[in-house]
Write a protein that binds this ligand. Structure first.
Ligand SMILES: [Zn+2]
Length: 302
């Protein structure tokens, strides 16, 4: 079996944290893995290129990608643009430069797949340009605890449909997982699904369970099963390049394995430190992935 471990070091994570400058407690995102595959010359592959790069997926659908934060997807219709996620606030100018190389149409809507700052950080600057931000009500609730600007204008509970040129965007809340406010965006006409950080990356498979943000390992796999029941061929992760059902299924299997291993160690009365060691060794946990996830995982899998 291929190694599923995100290779990384605390030094790399610290460097990332400094570079990324998350402003508040809830602004952390998925840390980029260090080493092979973290940066790729192919803007459609891996965790993301080192520099912000535009990648055309198909007509009227582009991704603006870099390894330091989540994917920014661009869907273009006659009257304007919909962005799915928009990276950190500090990425705003560079995103706008890249966007203007593709289209001069206005940004109508920004969809936040969830509240982390590496996906929703540019909300306020997009709103200043006239865009409306859409997110799950729980994500807005989490954001409102720590910020007053950039809060979503429109929220959904279970489902919302957006008609945007050739695109029908079905926004679903399918359950807890990475947080309690993760939106999955399904494009039935294009047979595509945008998973946000419910499926952050593939090869390596980084799994961040943000318990303070309402995340849940126990419920995450059921949430993924509901997503997998939708009809699609192309999967857009929160950070990695476009992929297929097989990688999404491997991600789910990873999480099932994590559930089983933590439950088993709880049963055997293993210590918190032993469980932490296992999560580091088997699943590449480190830094704030451990801080946000460890006690929640142990408590949930009793
Ligand atoms: Zn996230």
């Amino acid at each position: 079996m291929k190694s599923l471990i995100a290779v990384g070091t605390l030094a790399a994570l610290a460097a990332f944290s400094l570079a990324a400058q998350p402003q508040r407690g809830q602004q952390q995102g998925v840390p980029p893995p260090q080493g092979a595959g973290a940066a790729s010359a192919d803007p459609g592959a891996g965790f993301g290129p080192g520099q912000l790069t535009t990648f055309k997926v198909r007509d009227n659908f582009y991704m603006i990608r870099s390894g330091a934060s989540g994917n920014c997807s661009v869907l273009i219709a006659d009257d304007g643009v919909v962005l799915i996620d928009n990276k950190f606030e500090m990425d705003h100018d560079a995103i706008m430069t890249k966007l203007r190389e593709i289209t001069d149409k206005p940004i109508l809507y920004v969809i936040d797949t969830h509240m982390h700052g590496d996906h929703s950080g540019g909300n306020a600057t997009k709103q200043a340009l006239g865009a409306k931000v859409i997110a799950h009500e729980n994500a807005r609730f989490q954001m409102a605890k720590s910020q007053t600007t950039g809060l979503p204008n429109l929220t959904l509970e279970d489902h919302m449909r957006l008609y945007h040129g050739e695109f029908i965007l079905d926004l679903y809340w399918l359950g807890r997982g990475h947080t309690d406010g993760d939106v999955v965006v399904h494009l039935p006409e294009q047979s595509m699904i945008f998973m946000g950080d419910l499926f952050a990356t593939w090869e390596p498979y980084v799994t961040l369970i943000d318990y303070p943000g309402g995340g849940s390992l126990r419920e995450w796999t059921r949430t993924l099963e509901r997503a997998q029941a939708l009809p699609f061929d192309v999967v857009i992760p929160g950070h990695g390049g476009p992929t297929d059902r097989a990688h999404l299924e491997t991600y789910r299997v990873q999480l099932v394995r994590m559930q089983d291993m933590v439950r088993e160690m709880n049963r055997a009365r293993k210590s918190r430190e032993e469980i932490q060691k296992m999560l580091e060794t088997e699943f590449g946990w480190r830094g704030f992935v451990t801080t946000l996830g460890l006690d929640g995982v142990i408590g949930e899998m009793r």
